[in-house]
Design a protein around this ligand. Structure first.
Ligand SMILES: [Zn+2]
Ligand SMILES: [Zn+2]
Length: 124
């Protein structure tokens, strides 16, 4: 098909920054974490044209639990205007769309994948 490889839709995830203290519900204490942003984008000749479906996640570095946070909050942290995540900001991601962390490359991968799309190793 003509469009293959020229136009496309990709989803991407990007680590925004390290967080020094997130209140992890699984660890039940403050731990270091990471702010992760995911989005879909439409590209043309591999140049991203526009993005949508942005969402932000917080990953606990200690136990690997991933929490979803609101877009508004995520943007604030991304811009460096604050880093105050409270207990209520962290929403546990629902099971049917859960994310696991590849133990080989530490990328977050949707649970539906059998093989890591980043490094190709089999996920557990
Ligand atoms: Zn944790
Ligand atoms: Zn991997």
């Amino acid at each position: 098909m003509f469009f293959v490889g020229i136009f496309g839709i990709e989803s991407k995830e990007r680590k925004i920054k390290d967080l020094s203290n997130i209140l992890c519900k699984a660890c039940n204490r403050e731990e270091a974490g990471q702010l992760i942003k995911t989005y879909n984008y439409f590209h043309f000749f591999f140049i991203p044209i526009f993005k949508w479906n942005e969402s932000y996640y917080v990953l606990c570095s200690k136990c690997g639990t991933v929490y979803e946070i609101s877009k508004e909050k995520g943007k604030i942290i991304e811009r460096g205007e604050g880093e105050n995540l409270t207990y209520w900001d962290l929403r546990e991601t629902s099971k049917d769309n859960s994310i696991k962390v590849c133990k080989y490359c530490n990328h977050q991968v949707e649970d539906r994948f059998l093989y890591c799309p980043y490094c190709g190793n089999r996920l557990e």
